[in-house]
Design a binder for this molecule. Sequence first.
Ligand code: BES
Ligand code: ZN
Ligand code: ZN
Length: 466
Amino acid sequence: MLHIWKSFSEIKNSHLVVLLKNKFDFETYNFLHLEEKILSKIEKTFQDQKNTCFKIFTGREDFEEIIFLFYLDVKKDLHLFLWENISQIPEKITFKYEKDNILLDSIILWKYDYIEYKSEKKELELNIICEDLQTNNLTYRLSTLKNITDNRDLVNKPSCDKTPDKYVQFIKNMKFKNTKIKIIEHEEIKRLWLNLIDAVGRASHYKPRLVILERIIDKKLPTLWLVGKWIIFDTGWLNIKTENHMYNMKDDMAGSSALLFMMKEIDEQNLNSNIICALPIAENSISSDAYRPGDIIKSYCWKTVEIINTDAEWRLILADAMSYISKNYELESITTVATLTGACMYALGYNYAGVMWNNRQIIDNLLKNETFESYWELPFNDFYKEKTKWNISDLKNLTEWIFAGSTMWWAFLSNFCLNNEKFTHIDIAGVSFVKEKYWLYNEWATGFWVDSLSKLFLEYGKISER
Ligand code: BES
Ligand code: ZN
Ligand code: ZN
């Protein structure tokens, strides 16, 4: 429950949370008319220590208690400080909003719980005091945070409730205002010769789809394409995953989910470029009617691919989606976003998404972006691209004994930029979910990459060197 108020006097029976970055900030709370002895206690606490959290019970009927978060250490990350103290913050909260309020982000992202399947639903009660001048900033940030938490909800949802049919319905229900939705059904996938998408998805009872989201501003502007992996569940098929690697595979759609909510985020914003997303949806399932290691499949662009490992399914669905857009549209750049490799997870843990290849403008801006979402660039060179070629087919979907697992993804996929478009690849395997509460991440889906990607593409036309 969220209420936006104009003044403190409108609120009753809540806990007031105050973040003070220095002693003088406190003066902005003079209106509370705290008793002299309380004021001197606060002042003493400030003098004695920095980076502290303490509560004051006022005994007043409007605020049950006031929680001061006093932060004064430029060297330490403010988010970490908030994270360390966030357990002190109750479910019924009041705070004052000022531009870029870090408390707003921390409370909403940290207090998030996935409750869709719980019989008893506990709800957060949030009162935000906001002055007229700040209302637009607050409303905008709240809508971004909602897209992040909606993204979490979708990634957290069990695979049985996000089958291709249900997912397509979900997208239609999102009520985009300026974004066109095009759905390529399974029959059409086969007719168009999108054989790699068909190979991965046809074994499932829930047949594959290719969804295209289009935001065309002006045909004269450059067109940026994003491709997101939506694997409903990744069993690994004949190269079956072991128990501990299988469980979390319901999140194997986090890449396209991030793009879906990024499109929602920019749906009503002004853009300087056309943005289109291709979201191939399939379930890497188990049945006799599926691809096997050793099968050779002719892809959409006619390059043949030998399947070495059925668990490297993402290379296949992204490859067909990429060559489909590369052949049919005139593009400035392609960016793929996906939960791709355990290798990236081992290299970067759950703090950084891996990013690489040759669109410097996108990569540099992601590396220095100012949201909570961090990226790290991984190395590449042409040697790896050569290694994707094969003697009995044009390409193979896994090159053994190379070890640079993360680097090999762009190497394989770069074969499907048919017109040498600039290509950026983002691996979010490590950062799409976490197994314990940490920092702004709640347990499980992080919902991240909506914020940094939407900001990047909103800015794209302005920063372009064209
Ligand atoms: N869906 C996985 C990648 C993944 C791993 C996502 C861990 C989230 C957490 C991907 O399809 C996969 O199976 N990757 C394999 C590739 C290997 C068989 C070449 C991997 O990285 O182990
Ligand atoms: Zn996968
Ligand atoms: Zn896999």
